[in-house]
Design a protein around this ligand. Structure first.
Ligand code: F6R
Length: 606
């Protein structure tokens, strides 16, 4: 989490640092700050809360200087107050940091004993004093950082500048991503290429353990052992990306409405729609020989993986083991040779997903990732990448990335089933057709949002909301509950409809809305029985279904009428109303929809 930037510019850099930070606010928005070298001295401005607070401060207290670093924070160590905001500094050195320095306590104790005074509750401050201490002992800045890096444990990306050194910045990467941008007589540093898009599209990604010395004329990169290394220059696609809301009030609304287009785009990458076949890229393994798949991811991406499990088991007849990435490796699951491990991640930087990927790789699995950011660490460490073509997702609550993940996993299930002989040509055509009809159905759904506004009014009064679903609708119930709680702060839980009577039914009374995701498929009748159990206890049922409401057999508080689609494609379709319910409820309640409290878009800590 946290976003870092650095600029060695040809003119004043404060405005550009803030511009770059705006593109990184998805990584955290608890506080923001910048520091520059001004007439040989380090100066900084910081502000609690969102970047706009820092911008306001800079209007009255501007910073000059052609060399600077900046940071937007997602608090890990220390409360989100100005004192803990980055950059942290002494008179000699200023540091921005993303990640966690695990041994900061022992470093702090050691440096305090040497006479250093710590002013913050952060782990980062240990780095500042460690480098300063080496410089006070007489080392030059580069040598001081080299020695300090050798003492740090944990995951970090660092940007460091020095008093009296206008043409010097040091970057270091261990476990957290970092990109160097090359300009003409200018150099840049950023947590990702999107941050640097306004300045340059020529990027070098630091590799694990790398550190780099940046000057305006270029960068020298060293690996962990201190050996000078060359890393490739890449033309980043990110530079063409425009990050704006169009005519929508929030990024989340824009991203929900982009779904017909981005799903089409993603499907077109994996299907031959005219021929009714999947057109799957070679994964460097014989899909026909795959006998076991493991899937791992976090949050919404995990729920996409859970839908994938239902599809792969039902249609490709391959057993799938799935777990949240934050638990997977702690079970130390035995993974036999020749297995396939699939990782799902929008950002491609989620720390737990990456750690699980490395665990599976070390266990000899073939690594395939479904990612949205193709230059991400997860993509780069995979044997094969299945990109989702969702475009940048800015709203912290994932919407279009989720449905694009589902699109890729659906195509993967067909490809696997075909390769294993579980799906014949006729069924392949039927399933492909079901997917190709989706964008049209979703466009229809998005044409009428009035009913969600009405529903939002009711839901906003609730303290708890339950979501129920069976089969592939179960992960959607989980996703619906996650979406609602993360942006409206209403407590919500998703349950497998059949589990209700094993405990959660005790929660039902006339004040608890129960949202039931129930397409009229082969499980519909069973879900109807569960709905009646809720109705008998006075629960307020909101049914999302293509079935005629009379088939519910009980009184409904609301019915969201869905278009009729193939059962296989339904999870993508039913994702849309659960997104709209959460969105409109949050808007009605006046929360910060795109940047909900305590969250960040890219979760690079475990
Ligand atoms: C919720 C949400 C998160 C992410 C999770 C994984 O709306 O967006 O639950 O899905 O943090 O992130 P990625 O997909 O970047 O690995």
């Amino acid at each position: 989490m946290c976003g870092i930037v650095g600029i060695l510019g040809s003119g004043p850099v404060a405005t550009d640092l803030v511009d770059a930070l705006r593109r990184l606010e998805y990584r955290g928005y608890d506080s923001a700050g910048i520091a520059t070298v001004e007439n040989g001295h380090l100066q900084r401005r910081r502000a609690e809360g969102k970047l706009r607070n820092l911008e306001t401060r800079l209007l009255t207290e501007p910073l000059s200087g052609r060399t600077g670093i900046g940071h937007t924070r997602w608090a890990t160590h220390g409360r989100p107050v100005e004192r803990n905001a980055h950059p942290h500094m002494t008179a000699l050195v200023s540091v921005v940091h993303n990640g966690i320095i695990e041994n900061y306590r022992e470093l702090k104790a050691e440096l305090t004993a040497l006479g250093h005074t710590f002013e913050t509750e952060t782990d980062t401050e240990a780095v500042v004093h460690l480098v300063s201490d080496e410089m006070q002992k007489g080392l030059g800045p580069i040598e001081a950082v080299r020695v300090a890096l050798g003492r740090l444990r944990g995951a970090f990306a660092l940007g460091i500048i020095f008093a009296g050194h206008d043409d010097l910045m040091i970057a270091a990467r261990q476990g957290s991503p970092l990109a160097i941008g090359h300009g003409t007589g200018e150099m840049y540093l950023g947590s990702d290429a999107i941050a640097l898009a306004p300045f340059t599209d020529t990027i070098t990604y630091l590799e694990e353990g790398d550190w780099a010395v940046l000057r305006r004329r270029g960068a020298e990169i060293f690996d962990k052992s201190g050996t000078r290394v060359e890393r490739p220059l890449i033309k980043a696609v990110a530079s063409s990306l425009l990050v704006d809301k169009g005519n929508h009030r929030h990024f989340m609304a824009k991203e929900i409405h982009e779904q017909p287009e981005v799903i089409s785009h993603t499907l077109a990458n994996y299907l031959d729609m005219a021929a009714g076949t999947v057109n799957f890229p070679a994964l460097g393994l014989d899909l026909g020989g795959v006998t076991r798949v493991t899937v791992s991811a976090c949050g919404t991406a995990y729920y996409a993986g859970l839908v994938g499990k239902y599809w792969i088991e039902r249609y490709a007849r391959v057993p799938v083991e799935i777990d949240v990435a934050s638990e997977f490796r702690y079970r130390e699951p035995p993974l036999g040779p020749g297995g396939l491990s699939v990782f799902v991640s929008q950002s491609g930087e989620t720390a737990d997903t990456l750690a699980t990927l490395r665990y599976c790789k070390a266990s000899g699995q073939r690594i395939v990732s479904v990612v949205n950011v193709r230059t991400s660490t997860i993509a780069r460490e995979s044997d094969a990448v299945l990109p989702t073509l969702a475009g940048p997702e800015i709203g912290v609550a994932s919407t279009k990335a989720f449905t694009c993940q589902l699109s890729v996993l659906a195509c993967f299930a067909i490809a696997l089933g075909r390769a294993r002989g579980a799906i014949g040509p006729e069924q392949e055509e039927e399933l492909v057709k079901a997917l190709t009809e989706l964008p049209r159905h979703i466009s229809t759904l998005l044409r009428n949002e009035d009913e969600y506004e009405r529903l939002a009014h009711e839901l906003s009064k609730a303290r708890d909301v339950l979501y129920l679903g069976r089969g592939t609708s179960y992960p959607l119930a989980l996703e619906g509950a996650l979406k609602l709680k993360e942006i409206s702060y209403i407590h919500a839980e998703g349950y497998a409809a059949g589990e209700l009577k094993h405990g959660p039914i005790a929660l039902i009374d006339e004040n608890v809305p129960v949202i039931v995701v129930a397409p009229e498929d082969d499980l519909f009748e069973k879900t109807v029985s569960n709905m009646q159990e809720v109705a008998a206890r006075g629960g307020q049922i909101i049914l999302i279904s293509d079935a005629d409401p009379s088939k519910a057999g009980c009184k409904l508080a609301a019915h969201i009428r869905m278009p009729k689609a193939h059962q296989f494609a339904n999870p993508l379709l039913y994702a849309v109303p659960i997104q709209l319910i959460a969105y409109h409820t949050a808007v009605f309640m006046g929360t910060d929809v795109d940047q909900p409290r305590n969250l960040a878009k890219s979760v690079t800590v475990e």
